[in-house]
Structures are given as structure tokens and as C-alpha cells.
Design a protein around this ligand. Structure first.
Ligand SMILES: CC(C)(COP(=O)(O)OP(=O)(O)OC[C@H]1O[C@@H](n2cnc3c(N)ncnc32)[C@H](O)[C@@H]1OP(=O)(O)O)[C@@H](O)C(=O)NCCC(=O)NCCS
Length: 177
């Protein structure tokens, strides 16, 4: 018999995160545009906080997909990040991150970037641990919950295809990327 105790479900609102950063010159390129890598770091941290709050465990980033940079963000803008858990699987969960560009002078808000990140809860030896299910409450949360399953299937299919391809070609370790 499986003696694993399943953790209790939680709504996305219990772990959702909202973060803001003022874009300074050290975050930007020579033209004053926010660097993509800096934004990705902020998005990863916001999403990691959501994952750890939901799981109640240390979580590591397993995959980042569908990241889109829609609008440039400039020095003086506020990066406003909303992140929440879409769905939990067994030991992994998907977090959706939406980034707004807030202009503090004229008060406008623009959707500037989005991404989905997958985290895995692990113990001190790196072994994956079970995570609580997500219990959606609103229509939007149910939609995200349903769509997350499709993305998971695509991610795992791609992972399996790459494994098979590497196995088939028997690529030596030293030349792997
Ligand atoms: C993420 C990690 C723990 C997965 O380990 P693994 O040996 O592949 O473990 P498993 O095959 O048992 O998979 C564990 C879970 O991860 C998920 N997973 C693994 N790779 C994945 C990927 N590329 N995309 C989505 N999910 C993935 C599996 O689906 C599984 O989830 P489930 O239990 O909910 O079904 C491991 O690859 C790791 O430690 N990676 C480095 C993570 C890290 O350091 N990130 C920071 C960036 S440097």
C-alpha cells in the first residue's frame, strides 16, 4: 500500500505574489531599456516565492517556457509582477507570471511580459517531494488550471523526444549542450 500522505489542497490566492521594482540605470542597456536577463531574474524570484509558499518546501526551477517580451521597459518605469500557481502535479507545479510596465509619472499600465515556470519541490538530497494540489476558486483560476495540463503534456513530450534523440545518436558527454 502507498503510505505517502497527500498534502491538503490550497487556493492560488494563498501563495500569490505581487512585487515591484523601480528600473534604475544599472538594470538597463546603453539606450536605457531594461535588460531581458534582469527581468527574467525578477520573474524567476517572484515565481519561486509562489512555488515555495504553495509547497511549503524548497523548490527549484525545472523549466521556463512561453516567455514573451511584449513591450520595452525603460529606466524610471516600475516593473510590476503578479505571480500565482496555476496547477500542481505530483512533485512539480506551474506558476504563471505576468509583468506590467507602470509609468509612475502619467499613471499608465501596460502588459509587458509573461511566462510560465515549472518548479519541483525537493528535499536536502535533491529528491522530488509531493506538493499540495491547487484548488481553483474563480473562473480565471479554473481556466489556468485546465490550460496548465496541456502545457505540461507538451513539456514532457519534448523532454522525452530529446531523451530519445540523444539516446539514438549516442552523443558523447563532452559534446552535449
Ligand atoms: C528538476 C529536477 C529536480 C527534476 O529531477 P528528475 O530526476 O528529472 O526528477 P523526475 O523525473 O522524478 O521528475 C520530477 C518532477 O519534475 C518534473 N520535471 C522534470 N523535468 C521537467 C521539465 N523539463 N519540464 C517540466 N517538468 C519537469 C517531472 O514531470 C516530475 O513532476 P511530477 O512529479 O509532478 O510529475 C532536476 O532535474 C534538477 O534538480 N534540476 C536542476 C534544477 C535547478 O537547479 N534549477 C535552478 C536553475 S540552475
Amino acid at each position: 500500500m502507498d503510505s505517502e500522505v497527500l498534502p491538503k489542497g490550497k487556493p492560488p490566492s494563498a501563495s500569490a505574489v505581487e512585487m515591484m521594482h523601480l528600473v534604475l540605470p544599472n538594470h538597463a542597456n546603453q539606450l536605457g531599456n531594461l535588460l531581458g536577463g534582469q527581468l527574467m531574474q525578477w520573474m524567476d524570484i517572484a515565481a519561486a516565492l509562489v512555488a515555495m509558499r504553495h509547497a511549503g518546501k524548497v523548490c527549484v526551477t525545472a523549466a521556463v517556457d512561453s516567455i514573451s517580451f511584449l513591450e520595452p521597459i525603460r529606466v524610471g518605469h516600475i516593473v510590476h509582477i503578479l505571480a500565482s500557481v496555476n496547477r500542481a502535479f505530483r512533485t512539480s507545479l506551474e506558476v504563471g507570471v505576468k509583468v506590467f510596465r507602470d509609468d509612475p509619472i502619467n499613471g499608465t499600465r501596460t502588459h509587458a511580459a509573461s511566462a510560465y515556470l515549472t518548479f519541483v519541490a525537493i528535499d536536502q538530497y535533491g529528491k522530488p517531494l509531493p506538493v499540495p494540489p491547487v484548488e481553483p476558486q474563480t473562473a480565471d483560476e479554473w481556466r489556468r488550471w485546465r490550460e496548465a495540463e496541456l502545457r505540461r503534456q507538451q513539456r514532457l513530450q519534448q523532454r522525452e523526444l530529446l531523451r530519445q534523440l540523444r539516446h539514438h545518436h549516442d552523443v558523447p558527454q563532452a559534446s552535449e549542450h
